[in-house]
Design a binder for this molecule. Structure first.
Ligand SMILES: *[C@@H]1O[C@H](CO)[C@@H](O)[C@H](O)[C@H]1NC(C)=O
Ligand SMILES: *[C@@H]1O[C@H](CO)[C@@H](O)[C@H](O)[C@H]1NC(C)=O
Ligand SMILES: *[C@@H]1O[C@H](CO)[C@@H](O)[C@H](O)[C@H]1NC(C)=O
Length: 349
């Protein structure tokens, strides 16, 4: 036993020595996130928006069972990824009024549930647009400079991992208000162009390790099935999935070009295929239910409709891919991150 421990220590030391010898600084000081509900850890809590979730049963599987404003039963990908990077078990929401300057050092999320790349999306939902999130990021850097100095701020901006996840709300909701100006393809292209513009802005502010998530198969979330999938069949909304794929097929090569053009590492993170496969074959991943959420009846409930007065909420959310009618469970998020993200995270070490 002792011998094995010693051997393991030696191997770890050797790995550490190798990465130092290559001159690569493998330390990622912080994780900084922009986007929507997938990565929001409570930024909507003090907004007057219909898209809130800082009440039970949201958070029922979160440490302490507290409803923090995460759109899930437990932790969300910003937390899970922060843990994988060895930073913290949870990533704070920038808008949390209780944050002290030192709580900012391992990173924060600016993400706001309901937002999108299209400025109209945030406006309709009364939430924080991704563009305003960039303004808050500038404030964040000023605070770090003020309390910890220029060097620390520079280290955080240059070496942190930046993640961006958005587009579902634009595709699923705002498009309906935009259909007079865009057809599906041109709207998907407009969103992909907006994502690229966002990355350029982030890069101008000094970010050098930037990952952008693909759109998800948003046509297969329980709410879309209920509204567009047929009364009994509750199939996926195929035109919406096609639009999501169109966005992805424009975004992926655009990010590759950006990666060649700009210094740093800019990469596309495909979660469409993994989530789609999970939804088609839930048993393969240890899930029982893929077409309904755990909260309430699981067909329509989201935000205020998913509440503690609703008596139908399931007892075992781990058996479900979806927590409410729109958002995955912590367990589904964990499976996605485990299956996929390590491949991408290796790009930034
Ligand atoms: C490596 O990263 C650490 C922590 O982020 C930082 O303090 C240090 O200055 C960096 N070293 C080099 C050689 O860049
Ligand atoms: C936001 O916070 C302020 C001060 O803490 C409080 O007075 C206000 O009611 C809150 N607004 C919302 C919408 O929660
Ligand atoms: C919850 O569901 C998961 C997945 O089906 C299963 O592995 C687990 O045993 C269940 N837990 C309980 C307490 O029933």
């Amino acid at each position: 036993m002792k011998f094995q421990m010693l051997w393991l220590t030696l191997v770890l030391l050797a790995i550490e020595a190798t990465s130092t010898a290559q001159g690569k600084n493998t330390t990622i000081p912080a994780l900084i996130v922009f986007g929507d509900s997938i990565m929001d850890t409570g930024n909507n809590n003090n907004l007057s928006t219909p898209l809130k979730c800082n009440f039970p049963p949201y958070g029922k599987d979160f440490p302490g069972g507290s409803a923090t404003g995460r759109f899930s039963d437990g932790r969300v990908p910003s937390d899970i990824i922060a843990e994988k990077l060895g930073l913290a078990k949870t990533l704070p929401a920038y808008m949390n009024p209780n944050l002290k300057p030192k709580d900012l050092l391992k990173g924060v999320t600016f993400a706001s549930g309901g937002t999108g790349y299209d400025p109209l999306t945030a406006q309709i939902m009364s939430v924080i647009s991704v563009w305003d999130q960039l303004t808050y990021f500038k404030k964040y850097i000023s605070t770090i400079k003020k309390h910890f100095g220029e060097e620390k701020a520079k280290d955080i901006v240059e070496n942190s991992l930046f993640l961006v996840v958005s587009s579902s709300n634009d595709l699923a909701h705002t498009y309906l208000s935009r259909a007079n100006r865009y057809d599906r393809t041109s709207y998907a292209n407009f969103l992909a162009d907006s994502a690229v513009k966002f990355v350029r802005e982030l890069h101008k502010l000094g970010a050098r390790k930037i990952g952008v998530f693909s759109a998800v198969p948003v046509g297969c979330v329980p709410l879309q099935r209920t509204v567009f999938g047929g009364f009994l069949t509750r199939g996926c909304n195929q035109p919406l999935n096609t639009m999501a794929k169109q966005f992805n097929s424009k975004l992926s090569p655009a990010l590759d070009s950006l990666d060649k053009e700009l210094d740093g590492v800019i990469f596309y993170i495909d979660i469409y295929d993994t989530l789609f496969d999970m939804i088609q074959h839930p048993k393969k991943y240890g899930f029982e239910v893929a077409n309904k959420g755990c909260c309430g009846l699981g067909t329509l409930e989201i935000s205020y409709l998913c509440n503690s007065l609703n008596p139908f909420t399931c007892s075992n959310s781990s058996a479900y891919i979806f927590w409410d009618s729109y958002h995955p469970t912590e367990r589904a998020y964990q499976v996605i991150v485990d299956n996929l993200l390590e491949k991408y995270l290796s790009k930034v070490y």
